[in-house]
Design a protein around this ligand. Structure first.
Ligand code: CA
Length: 405
């Protein structure tokens, strides 16, 4: 099938609808309309047609608008309170300042279409034009009440600064391209930045391409508010009951919550264990005059758990050498980091203030240690209100315990 076959068989084109489910109610809140064409042996996706830029623009635009009409009509026959996600080519849209599409939407207002239920999806990386013109157009579209979703985020290195500038209502992250159930740590961190960014700009984070239990779990853990994907439902020619997956989602959320609760408990247990160990070894420390002696004494009590121990003051200046464990489990002092300042590190100052206030230690999140190039956690502990002990815990230890990764 080629582009001409599509144009010649316009009457065979039908919209399919894939439900979008909200995490808070576990109900269908809307549908993404996808173009399909009926062929002899079934129904085929037209995704390729819209992505092929060798096809004349007016062809693609014609089919785009055709699908848009069909999808709106079908939705209005079904329910006027459901959101409709429509894919657009932003280059085409900008060429006529969005007027063609807006005119279509407006023509259905008298039949019950609420512009606030319309979401325009576009892939930011496919946009070739001027960013400030785009921003201008999006602001105009949003002023009409129509929502904007940036599609395919995360597929290629998405520019967080551009997303921040464009201020979409919804950010759609595709999980489909992640093969199997393995998620590279780097990608987790990108997603984490994305979830922070969407929160900052007041956008809704949405995950699409959810094809497995693990991907759903991933979406849930990473602040996904809306979900879409084969695991929940394939695109269909008909709409579905608003609560078609409510019960199964509730069960899955229950699993997720149970598992996360176990993880949090494991972290609290480790925190308590380290707190006790350090308190006990501090009792044996005679004077705090030589910080190197203190770190060595404490480090020797932590041989099973830590690979590096040091002391900082409340401004973040390191007061001791690093006590570092070698491959024979012997502790040695390394002077290199002494008197360096760590106050610029994320969370550092906040943790110092918290430790002073709460008088107890804090276990960090997982992060990559630059020297060791592996995921670690750091436990920090207030020796007094001037001195703080830092205990770095290696990947190997965390991996062996349940719930610490
Ligand atoms: Ca899409």
């Amino acid at each position: 099938m080629d582009a001409l076959d599509v144009i010649m068989n316009k009457d065979k084109i039908i919209p399919y609808f894939q439900p979008i489910i909200s995490a808070d109610t576990q109900l269908v809140i809307g549908y993404e309309a996808l173009a399909r064409i009926e062929v002899e042996n079934g129904v085929k996706s037209l995704g390729w047609f819209f992505k092929d830029h060798s096809i004349p623009e007016e062809y693609r635009q014609e089919i785009d608008e055709h699908i848009c009409h069909l999808a709106i009509k079908k939705l209005l026959d079904f329910d006027t309170n459901t959101m409709l996600f429509i894919n657009v080519d932003m280059n085409e849209l900008l060429a006529n300042n969005g007027e063609h599409l807006i005119k279509i939407f407006k023509s259905y207002e008298s039949r019950g279409l609420l512009l606030s239920n319309v979401v325009i999806e576009f892939a930011e990386q496919d946009f070739k034009g001027n960013l400030s013109s785009l921003k201008h157009l999006l602001t105009y579209i949003q002023s009409l009440g129509i929502q904007i979703a940036i599609d395919d985020v995360g597929k290629t290195g998405s520019n967080l600064d551009q997303i921040a500038l464009l201020r979409p209502n919804i950010v759609k992250v595709d999980l489909e391209f992640l093969e199997g159930d393995s998620f590279p740590q780097l990608y987790r961190d990108v997603l984490y930045s994305l979830s922070l960014l969407t929160r900052k700009i007041g956008a809704t984070l949405m995950f699409e391409g959810i094809g497995s239990f693990n991907q759903l779990n991933y979406a849930w853990r990473n602040g996904g508010h809306y979900y879409q994907g084969f695991y929940l439902s394939r695109p269909k020619s008909e709409f579905q009951a608003v609560d078609f997956c409510k019960n199964s989602l509730k069960k899955e959320f229950h699993h997720f919550i149970h598992y996360e609760r176990k993880k949090i408990e494991a972290q609290i247990t480790l925190t308590e264990k380290l707190s006790q160990l350090i308190k006990n070894s501090l009792k044996k420390v005679k004077s705090l005059n030589s910080y190197d002696d203190v770190v060595m004494q404490i480090a020797k009590q932590l041989t099973d758990i830590s690979f590096r121990v040091y002391i900082c003051d409340h401004d973040g200046y390191q007061q001791s050498s690093n006590a570092v464990k070698d491959e024979h489990n012997q502790w040695n002092l390394e002077e290199g980091s002494r008197f360096k300042n760590w106050s610029w590190r994320p969370y550092f100052l906040e943790n110092i203030v918290r430790m002073n206030y709460e008088r107890k230690g804090i276990l960090s999140d997982l992060y990559t240690d630059i020297e060791k190039d592996e995921m670690i956690r750091t436990y920090s502990f207030p020796i007094d209100d001037q001195l703080f002990l830092f205990v770095d815990i290696p990947y190997s230890y965390l991996f062996e315990q349940d719930g610490l990764m």
